[in-house]
Design a protein around this ligand. Sequence first.
Ligand SMILES: Nc1ncnc2c1ncn2[C@@H]1O[C@H](COP(=O)(O)OP(=O)(O)OP(=O)(O)O)[C@@H](O)[C@H]1O
Ligand SMILES: [Mg+2]
Length: 472
Amino acid sequence: MNAIILIVDDEKPTRDGLRLALDERFEVYVASDLREARQVLKSEPVDVLLTDLRLGPDSGMDLLDEALTLAKPPVCIMMTAYGSVDTAVEAMRRGAWHFVTKPLNLEEVELLVSRAARGREIESENRRLTTENYALQKKAEIRNAGLDRIIGKSPAIIKIGEMVTQIAPTRATVLIEGESGTGKELVAHALHDLSGRPADKMVIVNCAALSPQLLESELFGHEKGAFTNAHQRRIGRFEQADGGTLFLDEVGEIDAATQVKLLRALSERTIERVGSNEPIKVDVRVVAATNRNLREMAAMGRFREDLFFRLNVVTVQMPPLRDRAEDIILLANSFLREFAKENGRSLKPLSDGALNLLRLYSWPGNVRELRTAIEHGVVMSNEETIEERHLPSFLGLRAPTGTTEPGNPPSDAEKDLAPGGEFNLHDIEMATIRSALRYTDGNRTKAADLLGISRRTLQRKLKEISSPKGAN
Ligand SMILES: Nc1ncnc2c1ncn2[C@@H]1O[C@H](COP(=O)(O)OP(=O)(O)OP(=O)(O)O)[C@@H](O)[C@H]1O
Ligand SMILES: [Mg+2]
């Protein structure tokens, strides 16, 4: 695209001469006074303004001032008739780029205009690049949020970060497996954040929270009258997630009938609303998570094997926290900052004893449990540091299923466990269960989770200890 040049001079010979000199290489407009010049500036994106300082009764200086206030001001070159350098300097001070003296050397003017036009090109190129870079950078910031939130330096977590980065931009269905609280949902978010799909197009369905019939219509939608309570047509989550990511949490809980429909949605990329036979095309990237062993469930006939293979194109296996001890303190400190801020408290360090306790505990509830424990500590401590006693009491009592790393010397906490041999294993178990129940406000499911035992086992143990003191 040729640069647009506006020549403003009240003398016709000068206008004609300049037009002749510049016409070939540029798109040239001419004006003989301020009014005409204004009109061109208003209607054309002028790149270079070449104006006389004296325009009959008007001043080229006024034109300069006006031109420089435009949204995209042109590069301004002033012409001055009598070599009155003072006014020229004043024009430069006001923002003119250059000045030339009359009589004009047309070659010099042409060169100057070319340079101005080129500068203008570079300028807008720079502006474009800067805007683009900014947009890219902003995008990267938003996109990377997901991975940034995954804290950890253990080889296992670093590997997960690499894997997430690699598979995120693909369409591959991802199955995230891991114990409760290991960060499956966090990884699902990271996968979406880095997918290049619209940031706000992540739809989450907790498959365990709904009855089979509700889940089916939640996922695929329904037509009016499809079943008793279907008073209105409803768009399902698959359709909502079109173009984005659908996160199926606790996918192992899906009933057999819905499994069939899900399989079809995954293999054919179409869905049908409940009560309709009309296939609807959807572009949805599915990420599923489970804390069950789906392969085993499939082998036992409790989960469709074909669906398992469809979901399991790529598996991300979240390691339990006890297997990545090097992350514990890193995570603890990060949660410390988070909760200090949230509760408006100053940031207190964990005492050596507290750190030991955290390192030693087996974390059956994984990162979530650690997070809650730190919140507890932040809230409980009125001192300069967070001490062992500010942490939930059961941390000092190892969960019955906790693994002790071989070769680790017993910590103070372990030694404290049975002072003078007063406690036997049974007592310890009871104490652990009680404090887990206290910690979860009596919620048995959560307590069982925390202890790494099934709810049924917890019930049995509670029955065993039902004593006058009670466990609840
Ligand atoms: N690597 C990590 N860095 C920072 N925070 C983490 C990390 N892993 C987990 N968390 C935090 O721990 C909590 C539990 O994580 P998340 O909900 O992702 O676990 P989950 O595996 O989905 O658990 P569940 O199976 O119980 O649903 C969240 O608050 C999450 O932010
Ligand atoms: Mg989860």
